[in-house]
Design a protein around this ligand. Structure first.
Ligand code: PMP
Length: 445
């Protein structure tokens, strides 16, 4: 009865709602790449809770590892030593190159980025932080300062030192502040070439130098960048952009932080960590989402030198790295072949989507790497104006009604995002391509 009432109202008013679908999709159960709603309808989940369910919903091996740990020890904090924690950090450290070997565990990506900000500031003694236009780095008050996308910022952030929240690209302040103005990443409006890379790297780097020369203090604490921008719409950078940016940032005394919350754990297909595809070595790497297949967890990995900047201070996190999360995350790392699936299925989907792009005037760009894919929708290929929200919504809802869940993103909400669990098959990819093609057809008619 209670459920009927909630369904009648479309949502339980006591729950903070994110408006995504016109009518909420009542998910009841999941298995690998599939979800079922309360009416027994099956959906192919190509969004995976925003790239979170990395190896599959209720993956049998991961579930077994969780159950085993739940019967032994649920919780204790890091003032004690317990084996799931130690086993896990050894395994995680083995996936990262030297000198990235010191690990702090948290419960989310925002917490991880908060901690990375603190580390960067303690280590450098500097305050200012550079992020990129269109980026998302978290929803905590501090990381909201890093996030550029105005859709995720609130006026309250003004009280926290993030000035001028009306303008997504300028904010700086006594704490929580960061600069991301005039950042060198293009948005849809000037993006008119394949892969979203319309300006040469020299031009971006020229813009970045200009930002340093005009508005950013001569010394900075850090640069935050995702290897491929996630919420921003699977935006890829020109070759060497991150490499050249790291150089400029280090010249100004800053450390370089790779936010791997979306790109880590094999999602880009070619490498286990997204930064490895850019010929760069970050000073700090943050991660979450796919780390524990949807169980709340995050991590910060850094060097011994930066970790030492905590000095005698203790960083304490009650739930961070709890035994169950560690056991789950360990079994995620044990799962073989996910990166390979990401590579093969990602390449297959990109090829299929590119063919669809050539058929429809309203697809401006198909881009991404591995199973981190963006399909940018436009009014027409010539103007490259973003497809308006109502039209996006129509295609999105239709795709859902035909049994496939995808995501949305981009500065103007104009990019469909595909980030499935890394267990999808060629049949799943074919099913999605047919459904998406049909949804576009229906819209154009
Ligand atoms: N960084 C990136 C790149 C993200 O995409 C997100 C979440 N969308 C976060 C940080 C914040 O993670 P969380 O929601 O777990 O706090």
């Amino acid at each position: 009865e209670h459920m009927m009432e909630i369904r009648r109202q479309n949502c339980n008013p006591m729950i903070m709602k994110v408006t995504y679908y016109k009518k909420p999709v009542f998910i009841h159960q999941g298995h690998m790449q599939w979800l079922w709603d309360v009416d027994g309808r099956r959906y192919l989940d190509l969004f995976a809770g925003v790239a979170t369910v990395s190896v599959g919903h209720c993956h049998p091996k991961v579930t077994a590892a969780a159950e085993k740990q739940l019967r032994k020890l649920w919780h204790t904090t890091n003032i004690y030593v317990y084996s799931p924690l130690h086993e896990y950090v050894d395994k995680l450290a083995a996936t990262l190159p030297e000198p990235l070997k010191v690990i702090y565990l948290t419960n989310s990506g925002s917490e991880a980025n908060d901690l990375a900000m603190l580390m960067a500031r303690l280590h450098t003694g500097n305050f200012d932080i550079i992020t990129l236009r269109g980026s998302y780095h978290g929803g905590s008050p501090q990381t909201m300062g890093l996030t550029s996308n105005s859709a995720y910022k609130y006026p309250i952030a003004i009280g926290l030192g993030c000035h001028n929240t009306m303008c997504p690209d300028v904010f700086a302040g006594p704490w929580g502040g960061s600069h991301c103005r005039d950042s060198p990443i293009q948005t849809i409006r000037n993006c008119s070439c394949p892969q979203g890379l319309c300006m040469a790297n020299d031009k971006y780097i020229g813009q970045l130098k200009e930002v340093f020369a005009t508005s950013v203090p001569s010394r900075i604490a850090a640069f935050f960048g995702e290897p491929i921008m996630g919420v921003g719409g699977a935006v890829q950078y020109p070759k060497n952009f991150l490499k050249d940016t790291y150089k400029l940032v280090r010249e100004r005394g800053g450390v370089c932080i790779a936010d791997e919350v979306q790109t880590g754990f094999g999602r880009t297909g070619s490498h286990f960590w997204g930064f490895q595809g850019h010929d760069i070595m970050p000073d700090i790497v943050t991660m979450a989402k796919g780390i524990a297949n949807g169980f709340p967890m995050g991590a910060v990995v850094t060097t011994h030198e930066i970790a030492a900047s905590f000095g005698r201070g203790v960083h304490f996190n009650t739930f961070g790295g709890n035994p169950v999360a560690c056991a789950i995350a360990s079994s995620v790392l044990d799962e073989d072949g996910t990166q390979q699936i990401s590579h093969e299925m990602g390449t297959y989907l990109l090829m299929g989507l590119s063919k669809i792009r050539d058929k429809y005037e309203i697809i401006g760009d198909v881009r991404g790497k591995g199973l981190q894919i963006g399909v940018e929708m436009v009014k027409d290929k010539a103007s490259r104006e973003p497809l308006p929200p109502a039209a996006m919504s129509e295609i999105f809802e239709d795709t859902k009604d035909m049994g496939v869940l995808i995501g949305k993103g981009g500065v103007y909400g104009q990019t469909f995002r595909i980030k499935p669990p890394m267990c999808i098959t060629k049949d799943d990819a074919d099913f999605f391509l047919a459904v998406f093609n049909q949804a576009l057809n229906n819209y154009m008619e």
